[in-house]
Design a protein around this ligand. Structure first.
Ligand code: WAQ
Ligand code: MG
Length: 280
């Protein structure tokens, strides 16, 4: 599902674009409101579509004027993976949150320069619909469509694994869709050997917890990473310098991946314990 609304500041350019490209849906002059994707059984489709529509209509980023829904039959069996272990760091302000992000990313092999680049992409007033790909040392942005980014899709979780994940998250009082979907996405992303780490800040104005994830340290939740009421946010995937971009985008956007096994979910953990954990 993807929901958008017209950017009133660009209505003339938008009209022109539609005429020139005979586009009926999203143009570069629309504002991204919300999106969602998953792998589902046929018998669940109508329920999920209704849930997605309700979400799009009642989204805190505003009322969309276009909602597009695409359904697709899987052609191949999905690749099966484990979820990342989940932990929360005790950041109490934006300053400490950013410092923790910095420390974890540097320990995961990301350069200060690449981290600065990631923050500057997320500070931009135009939120992307997808994620930016930034090389881990030189900090270059390598995804081809700078207005869109790369949208991770074809990802899901089996019913059994979802039940276990919900139970684990409920133990930490964080069993909400936002967290579950983010863990599923981060786990697919981290399963790519091209990607060393991910930084995510929600674009929802009320949601101020973000995360840093990596195979090395798992999914680390970072409270207070953004100011309340800000609509800025985004995702950056830090990739190896010599990444084959086309191959990576193909994996993220079109290969189906499903979570069948759930890793630990711990509560609040101090930074040194996270840095000592080193899963792989
Ligand atoms: N693929 C790539 N990028 C995406 C995708 C996707 N499927 N979905 C969202 N993004 C990008 C896009 O730039 C959005 O602006 C940005 O991420 C934020 O998306 O454990 O809600 O859906 O408490 O607002 C983190 C949960 C929640 C932390 C993240 O992201 C926790 C969230 P949102
Ligand atoms: Mg959002």
């Amino acid at each position: 599902m993807r929901a958008s609304k017209k950017n009133r500041a660009h209505s003339t350019k938008r009209k022109k674009y539609i005429q020139q490209h005979s586009a009926s849906g999203l143009t570069p002059y629309d504002i991204h409101v919300s999106g969602a994707e998953g792998l589902y059984k046929e018998s669940d489709i109508s329920r999920i579509i209704n849930e997605y529509i309700a979400r799009a209509i009642n989204h805190p980023r505003g009322k969309p004027d276009t909602i597009a829904i695409t359904l697709e039959k899987l052609r191949r069996k999905p690749l099966t993976i484990s979820s990342l272990p989940v932990k929360t760091i005790n950041s109490r302000s934006r300053v400490t949150a950013e410092r923790f992000v910095q420390k974890i990313l540097v320990s995961a092999g990301i350069s200060e320069h690449a981290i600065e680049k990631a923050f500057s992409i997320m500070q931009s007033p135009q939120t992307l619909r997808g994620a930016a790909l930034v090389t881990k040392v030189s900090g270059s942005r390598i995804d081809p469509d700078k207005q869109r980014g790369v949208r991770v899709s074809r990802l899901g979780i089996t019913e059994k694994a979802a039940g276990i994940l919900s139970r684990n998250l409920a133990g930490q009082k964080i069993n909400i869709t936002t967290v579950k979907e983010a863990i599923i996405l981060a786990s697919k992303v981290a399963s790519s050997q091209h990607i060393m780490a991910e930084l995510c800040i929600s674009d929802d104005p009320d949601y101020t917890t973000g995360y840093v994830s990596s195979r090395k340290y798992g999914y680390v939740r970072i409270p207070h990473i953004k100011r309340k009421r800000s609509k800025k946010g985004g995702r950056v995937f830090f990739v190896r310098e010599n990444t084959d971009v086309e191959e990576l985008i193909e994996f993220l956007e079109t290969s189906s991946v499903i979570i069948i096994k759930i890793a630990d979910c711990s509560g609040v953990v101090p930074l040194h314990e996270i840095l000592d954990s080193n899963n792989k």
